[in-house]
Design a protein around this ligand. Structure first.
Ligand SMILES: [Zn+2]
Length: 122
């Protein structure tokens, strides 16, 4: 792979990483015990006298439930991005994890965090 392309992909990965982390931070917090794991913030209920209306609480739970798959997919993407950045550091970037062949450059341009070539992905 040409150095210039590698540099471009690295920059894209770093930009995506920041973007996803910002996105996650809006509704989730990083799990300090597990590296790379995020937890969606569970709504805090005002218990006790004069607390939240049940209906409002239900809305918050619904929002939480809706956010879980979003968090999960962002987390997975972030994990792949970190992995790709790690591979760049080690000079192993751009190889398919399954067949060990080079991943198509066109594919990497669209999805720089790809771990498999398009044949193995199928
Ligand atoms: Zn492959």
């Amino acid at each position: 792979m040409k150095k210039k392309l590698l540099q471009e992909l690295k920059e894209k990965l770093e930009k995506d990483k920041i973007m996803i982390e910002e996105e996650l931070r809006r509704f989730a917090q990083q799990d300090k015990k597990i590296k790379g794991d995020w937890d969606t913030k569970y709504p805090k209920f005002n218990g006790g006298a004069g607390g939240q209306l049940l209906e409002e609480a239900a809305d918050e739970v619904e929002e939480y439930v809706n956010l879980l798959p979003v968090e999960h997919s962002l987390e997975l993407r972030l994990r792949d991005i970190n992995l790709a950045l790690e591979k760049i550091k080690k000079g192993k970037y751009g190889k398919c994890e399954k067949c060990k062949k080079n991943i198509e450059e066109e594919r990497l341009k669209i999805c720089p965090e790809a771990r498999l070539c398009s044949k193995c992905q199928k």
